[in-house]
Design a protein around this ligand. Structure first.
Ligand SMILES: Cc1ncc(COP(=O)(O)O)c(C=O)c1O
Length: 401
């Protein structure tokens, strides 16, 4: 079966992987919806039932919006039109930044959360298929699995000493015991572990003949780790490896909802055929293009450097607080995971109480993670500004001294 619309080929390795074999047959056979703008996009546009008189916005809004960076005035004038279904220029900038050949290797989503859901919907037959996750990990893999009525085989990370690495032996055993798993989600740096998974390990999973599904590497926090840590380099080598990233973290643009997948043109085409025609809005794309300009990238790099420095200070300081235990994991993201202790032992009840008291009475909201595997007694604290970090440290000191 051929993939409709496909015009480029990705890697052919590894031999044991066939994308067509893991895509749902109904998705493979799908005749994609053709957008109004797929064929003609200039002239008097009376094809898409748009509003000829433009956006219903106060006249005073345009300059204000421009001043706040919410798209140029020219973009606001185009709000009555459906956006590009493809946003090729945005994809080209992402491809260039992350080192994949071109826009055919990039799929855009409404945050990486939409990409996760699209992967489930394109690959997993409800009430039949299953995927693998490696807890403690990002919660949306499990939520999307449940929404799509897909099974989850959980193979916990090796957590001893806060290592948070893949348990390759246990994964291999689970691959053998559960043939036909459609995906394995590898979060690197992990949430909530902050820990990178080495590329050699990801290579071994992709090369494992007992697993015929797709390796999905979630790199939401990758820019906070050292250079060279990204699995993007594997995407052009392995047909069964894709990488998800987002503008929500290092780029500081969580509100615009822009995430993306880097994968083979075949996988990107499958997802494109199945997506809603205009999933990424014009304001999102316009702001995304600005963020991916040279100037935008320089701001991202600077803010990331500052946050990483703040993270190092936060780690050093938090360790001086009585009844704070280990800072777990690799600390390669914009958060840290710290143990709260009683009599030298991690204490989840106390961590929960500290979390609640801080949020309800002391104006600081962190995340309680004490019920996650390997995270007993843990709070996850996002790295903030210097001021914000001082405040959280002060509150912790007050409550734990
Ligand atoms: C590991 C991980 N993946 C994906 C996401 C979702 O990102 P987005 O804002 O792009 O949907 C998050 C958000 O916290 C995350 O922690």
């Amino acid at each position: 079966m051929t993939i409709l619309g496909l015009s480029a080929a990705g890697p052919s390795a590894p031999a044991h992987f066939s994308l067509e074999a893991i895509v749902r047959p109904n998705i493979l056979a799908l005749q994609p919806y053709r957008c109004a703008r797929d064929d003609y996009s200039s002239g008097i546009l009376l094809d898409a039932n748009e509003n000829a008189y433009g956006a219903a916005l106060p006249a005073s809004y345009a300059p204000q919006a421009a001043a706040h960076g919410l798209g140029a005035a020219a973009d606001l004038a185009a709000l009555n039109r459906y956006p590009s279904p493809t946003h090729d220029e945005l994809k080209r900038r992402i491809a260039k930044l992350r080192g994949v050949p071109d826009e055919k290797w990039v799929f855009l989503g409404v945050g990486s959360d939409e990409v996760i859901d699209m992967l489930f919907r394109c690959l997993c037959v409800p009430a039949k298929d299953a995927v693998m996750t490696t807890p403690p990990t990002y919660g949306m893999y499990g939520v999307c699995a449940q929404i799509n009525d897909v099974g989850v085989v959980k193979v916990p990370l090796v957590t001893e000493g806060g290592a948070f690495q893949l348990d390759e032996e246990a994964m291999d055993a689970a691959f053998k015991a559960n043939p036909g798993l459609k995906m394995v989600f590898i979060c690197s740096p992990g949430n909530p572990t902050g820990t990178l998974i080495p590329l050699d390990v990801i290579r071994r999973v992709a090369s494992n003949k007992n697993f015929t599904g797709l390796v999905v590497v979630d790199e939401a926090y990758i820019d906070f780790g050292p250079e060279g840590s990204s699995a993007c380099a594997l995407v052009t080598e392995f047909a069964n490896v894709c990488v998800m990233q987002t503008l929500s973290k290092s780029f500081g643009l969580a509100a615009i909802r822009l995430g993306f997948l880097l994968g083979s043109p075949e996988l990107v085409q499958i997802l494109t055929n199945a997506k809603a025609p205009y999933n990424v809005s014009l304001p999102t794309a316009a702001i995304g293009l600005q963020a991916l300009s040279d100037e935008g990238l320089a701001v991202m790099a600077k803010n990331t450097r500052v946050l990483n420095a703040n993270r190092d200070t936060l780690i050093a300081e938090v360790k001086t607080i009585p009844n704070v235990g280990e800072v777990l994991g690799g600390n390669n993201a914009n958060f840290i995971v710290v143990q709260i202790l009683t009599d030298g032992q991690p204490d989840s009840a106390r961590a929960k109480a500290v979390y609640t008291e801080m949020a309800e009475n002391r104006g600081v909201v962190v995340r309680f993670r004490g019920t996650e595997i390997g995270c007993e007694g843990c709070l996850r604290i996002t790295v903030g500004t210097e001021e914000e970090n001082k405040t959280v440290l002060q509150r912790l000191r007050e409550l734990l001294a």
